[in-house]
Design a binder for this molecule. Sequence first.
Ligand code: FVT
Ligand code: MG
Length: 323
Amino acid sequence: MLQRPRRNRKSEVIREMVKETYLSASNLILPLIITEGDNKKIEVASMPGVYRLSIDNLLREVESCLNLGLKAFDLFPNIDEALKDKYATISYHEECLYLRAIRAIKARFPEACVITDVAMDPYSSDGHDGIVENGEILNDETLEVLGKMALAHARSGADIIAPSDMMDGRVGYIRKMLDDNGFTNISIMSYSAKYASAFYGPFRDALDSAPKFGDKKTYQMNPANQREALIEAALDEQEGADFLMVKPALAYLDVIKLVNDHSNLPVAAYNVSGEYAMVKAAAQKGWLDERRTITEILTSIRRAGASAILTYHAKEVLENRWI
Ligand SMILES: NCC(=O)CCC(=O)O
Ligand SMILES: [Mg+2]
């Protein structure tokens, strides 16, 4: 045998020398869930180690992450049911919990990169990502709400706006809204290929944002489809996106690779709540080695082509010095 691939695995030094994929704090984005109140830190039952935080505790969390070198955060709100309506009106109200949280982080930690989620579902009495009429999710009417929400985020200090709703044309609509209002420098990280996935279950518990009727299959993608992700990605690129996101990540590594091969924009991948919950549950039972499983999952998402990974594991991998 002239070629013996095992020679390049014979020692730690050589294995490290030929290593192809790196994972570091700069690749990671931590999703954080915000709730109203003072000194609140409520663990999400299906996501051990993930908490709904009131703004005071959110600031403590951001500070401890910054000290670990984790500098990018994606915020999600748990909104009081009484404040929700059909049009997600509260989402762009000056005193909305979410906008207060953005302002609080940017005032205290201007160096933190704040990514904001644009979608109606946390604020919608229907629990959908669009305006509902006769059981249908309206596309173009929803864009107006998303535009107002994005503008409110920009005014509050967001660094990157991340529309997660999957309405057609929303990246272009939001880009124009931002540009017309002087926010040409604010980036858009588009959830380009967001699948109608069972893996979002724990997150919807965390936000109390499950749809009140039906499902999200008329706007989120069918898990059976791959080529369609390229249509979505190409449109978002034409409409002015700065990042293309694939979500979920682990069951969609082929889609991450495909989007990365077809676009020169950076690809982000969302390692979602259900992926997190599976690992935590198995680790708690002693069925999986937590450290090795988590680092393998994150490395495989990077290997598939993601520049940035949104993951609930972001802080623990740094705290425990797993990467
Ligand atoms: N728009 C953000 C999400 O839907 C997150 C889903 C998850 O972590 O399961
Ligand atoms: Mg789209």
